[in-house]
Design a protein. Structure first.
Length: 326
């Protein structure tokens, strides 16, 4: 309420809208101040917010959420080993479908294929969404595609809100990465606990480089942040909430048919590989071809030089552009 108000909001109004006592409001204001918000309290006028910190807290994300399920249960940590691992722990403790786990920093951030995901404090979004979908386990990889699509929409929305039509455009490098100007902006790691024909839960984790001013030397030529590309910083809480909004919409479309049929076209509009030469790093038999798009299961369709169209499964191979990272 304070963030959306033009000027002061009276204590009375806060009490009435929130259905709580004056003391509760006063305590909450104190808590927000401890989290870094600057809030002015003036007698007979009320409260006015003068500074909003860029924090990944339940208050900051929750107050921006516009969803029915996704992120409604939101748990934020100053530090955790990995939000994916923590989400799995919470899943074992019966956390509900749609629980969002966030952290300011991760001490054991995980990338795909056992790689480390460098996770310094305060610069990026590190979040994991816990899902309990009633779908066939073989369809889980489509959830990575759904998150990729949701995240690319969220990043572009945030960029456009601040920079207008001149905003740089974020794209998807099939299947798990978001790219900006040919460099990696975000990565997705999906993990699951399953029986032969029943999913216990799925955790879709995403790391988005938001305000990082630079990167360690090993990745400095391939990584990028929104701030580096745009020359200004962004609210990570707003981006996380925006991601949840798009995820919920895309997820519902996916669930309806348990396929990507209704998302395919949208996804392909963001696909950086489309129409380009790609090298498919299939263990034992690498080949090149032209990426045509995805099928309704989220697999990449590649046309080889002899005209044959092959289906590339995300788990099995990695796809490289002929020129550099993309
Ligand atoms: C990749 O591109 O290799 C995937 C990176 C996934 C990183 C995110 S950060 C939040 C979540 N927690 C983790 O430990 N990993 C994912």
């Amino acid at each position: 309420m304070l963030r959306n108000a033009e000027g002061y909001v009276s204590g009375q109004e806060l009490c009435e809208q929130l259905g709580v006592s004056r003391t509760a409001v006063w305590k909450m204001i104190g808590q927000l101040k401890e989290e870094g918000y600057q809030i002015e309290g003036v007698k007979n006028r009320g409260y006015r917010i003068t500074f909003i910190p860029d924090v990944m807290t339940e208050a900051e994300i929750g107050s921006r959420l516009d969803t029915k399920v996704m992120g409604r249960c939101c748990i934020c940590y100053e530090e955790t080993d990995s939000t994916n691992t923590q989400a799995k722990r919470l899943a074992e403790e019966k956390a509900p479908h749609g629980t969002l786990v966030c952290a300011e920093r991760q001490t054991g951030g995980k990338g795909r294929r056992g790689r480390i995901w460098s996770s310094p404090s305060g610069e990026a979004v590190y979040m994991s969404l816990l899902l309990r979908p009633l779908i066939h386990p073989a369809h889980t990889s489509m959830l990575t595609v759904v998150m990729g699509l949701a995240a690319v929409k969220a990043c572009n929305e945030i960029l456009k809100n601040q920079l207008g039509d001149d905003a740089p455009r974020v794209q998807i490098k099939w299947p798990n990465d978001l790219v900006l100007g040919g460099r990696k902006l975000a990565g997705i790691l999906t993990e699951l606990s399953t029986e032969v024909d029943y999913i216990n839960y799925v955790v879709v984790g995403i790391g988005i480089n938001v305000n990082s001013p630079s990167f360690p030397e090993e990745i400095s030529s391939t990584a990028v942040s929104l701030a580096m590309a745009a020359g200004k910083t962004f609210s990570r809480g707003e981006l996380a909430a925006c991601c949840m909004k798009h995820f919920e919409t895309c997820y519902d479309k996916f669930l309806e048919k348990e396929s990507l049929e209704d998302l395919k076209e949208d996804y392909e509009n963001y696909l950086v590989n489309i129409g380009r030469q790609v090298r498919v790093l299939d263990p034992g038999k690498e080949y090149t071809g032209t990426a045509l798009g995805i099928d309704q299961e989220g697999e990449l369709l590649v046309e080889r030089e002899n005209g044959e169209i092959t289906t590339v499964y995300a788990g099995e191979v990695s796809v490289r552009g002929i020129y550099g990272y993309v």
